[in-house]
Write a protein that binds this ligand. Structure first.
Ligand code: 4AD
Ligand code: MG
Length: 469
């Protein structure tokens, strides 16, 4: 037979398909990596995993079979092509096993292979991010991530939202927090100067640019043409905070709806989160059961509860009052006008509410320039959705659609109107009430899988001092 690479794919079946087989099947061909290996006198047992599901398929190699020679010297982690007969397994806990008739070693692995049998810490696995997808935990994690990425598109496409790809390189700091990574082709040692400062006018784009912190501003433009739109793409923040909930590169989903106010925005966020959780429960049962056993006891119960329950809503003012009255001592100061810190957010959602909670109507000073000003003259139509263990998972708002209000707010904050003339144009011509939010995809994955460190829910995390893989 030819060993042309395409022949490896032909007639190959996945471990998942084999394990779900309805009947015995002779002559199946599988490819995968050896998870565990047990050499006996008469028989070699090995667990073959190909990432198609959490479970591995037990492969039995009789010493007398021609396949035996090929596995004699192999180690855990080796890659094999196995042909054999699927037969009922006498072993407990598995319906089928594969009796090997032929084995081909595709890639060997020696005793230095880091993922040997024993359980590894998440910290250790993080240090081998190139190999951790071959572990149970990260196999499960990235299958859930894949399923939920698909579900994002299902949710919005089913509801007629238009998917818009907003730019990654931009001249605007949407959130105004000054956390942009610079994008430049200027010589760092000898940039062109003008009046003693770097002359960004001579840079590639003719102005100062960076990696986007949010696609919202451009999504707003599209919402005023298509009604309902969403983005789903990479987002960058150069905040130098080494927490378990921040990465410098993350994925954000940002829906934007024309003809919508803050309560419509909260309603969409609630429906969306419920949909994502339900999708995971329905499509990732085996992987969620693993997280329930190993990572967060009670996880599945928590997720089922979320699908059933209604989210609570508190105004920022109510939230601050409740936190004050709780008698809890926090390390960060608490008071009207101060931003809620993650310890406050976690206390609210975990101890006071005991579930997801929207906090709305924050003081204008602690929120971005684009949020719609409330009639009280002090607060804006903002919302954050807080969930247990994660804290803030969504941030959103109704947008300021009144040109004069927006101009005044930008002037107060020292934002030059020329820098956002296109954004203001939307308010000049055919302005409409509109609202949207941003969901951090990694925060969602933390919530759904129970993983406590955001570095463990993204394939190759970017954090201060770390962009290795
Ligand atoms: O609250 P944020 O900053 O809101 C915005 O960017 C708005 N423009 C969204 C909008 O209204 N369209 O970010 C939104 C969400 C947060 O709630 C959080 O889930 C996530 O993005 N997020 C991060 N996730 C991981 N690492 C970081 N450094 C993050 N910063 C924000
Ligand atoms: Mg926020």
């Amino acid at each position: 037979m030819s060993s042309h690479p395409s022949s490896l794919r032909q007639s190959r079946i996945s471990v998942k398909a084999a394990l779900h087989s309805e009947r015995e099947a002779p002559g199946l061909r599988l490819c995968g990596w050896v998870r565990t290996l047990r050499h006996g006198k008469e028989t070699t047992f090995l667990e073959l995993n190909d990432g198609s599901c959490l479970a591995s398929l037990q492969v039995v190699v009789e010493a007398a079979s021609p396949a035996a020679a090929e596995v004699a010297g192999i180690g855990t982690g080796a890659c094999l092509e196995v042909t054999g007969d699927l037969v009922p397994s006498p072993a407990a806990g598995q319906r089928w096993e594969l009796r090997a008739t032929a084995i081909r070693l595709l890639g060997g692995a020696d005793a230095d292979y880091p993922l040997q049998k024993k359980r590894h810490s998440l910290e250790f696995l993080r240090s081998i991010a190139h190999l951790r997808p071959r572990s149970n935990t990260f196999g499960a994690l990235f299958r859930v991530r894949n399923a939920l990425a698909f579900a994002v598109h299902c949710f919005f496409q089913e509801r007629g939202f238009l998917y818009v790809q907003t730019p990654i390189i931009t001249a605007n700091d949407c959130e105004g927090a000054g956390e942009m990574f610079r994008v430049t082709t200027l010589d760092p040692l000898a940039p062109p100067l003008h009046d003693g400062a770097v002359d960004w006018g001579q840079d590639f784009f003719g102005e100062k640019t960076g990696l986007t912190v949010s696609g919202q501003l451009q999504a707003e433009l599209f919402a005023t043409a298509f009604g309902d739109v969403y983005t789903f793409g990479p987002t960058f923040r150069a905040e130098n905070s080494n927490t378990s909930r921040h990465v410098a590169e993350f994925w954000m989903i940002e829906p934007e709806m024309a003809f919508a106010d803050l309560s419509d925005d909260c309603a969409l966020a609630e429906e969306f989160l419920r949909y994502m959780v339900r999708h995971a429960l329905e499509h990732c049962a085996e992987d969620l059961a693993f997280f329930n056993d190993r990572i967060e006891p009670g996880l599945i119960g928590k997720l089922e509860q979320l699908v059933r329950s209604e989210f609570r809503t508190l105004t920022y003012t109510e939230a601050v009052d409740l936190l004050r009255k709780s008698g809890e001592s926090f390390s960060f100061p608490l008071g009207w006008g101060l931003d809620l810190q993650s310890e406050h957010e976690r206390f609210l959602t975990e101890k006071i509410v005991g579930g997801p909670v929207f906090v709305t109507d924050y003081p204008a000073e602690i929120k971005a320039f684009y949020m719609r000003q409330n009639d009280d003259g002090r607060t804006v139509a903002a919302m954050d959705l807080l969930v247990p263990r994660v804290g803030e998972i969504i941030g959103g708002s109704q947008r300021e659609e009144r040109l004069d209000f927006l101009r005044r707010r930008m002037a107060e904050l020292g934002i030059a109107p020329e820098s956002l003339s296109w954004y203001l144009d939307i308010r000049r011509w055919g302005s409409c009430p509109h609202a949207g939010f941003g969901l951090g995809f990694e925060r969602l994955l933390m919530y759904v899988t129970g993983m406590e460190n955001i570095r463990d829910v993204i394939p190759f995390p970017r954090t201060p001092g770390n962009a290795k893989f």
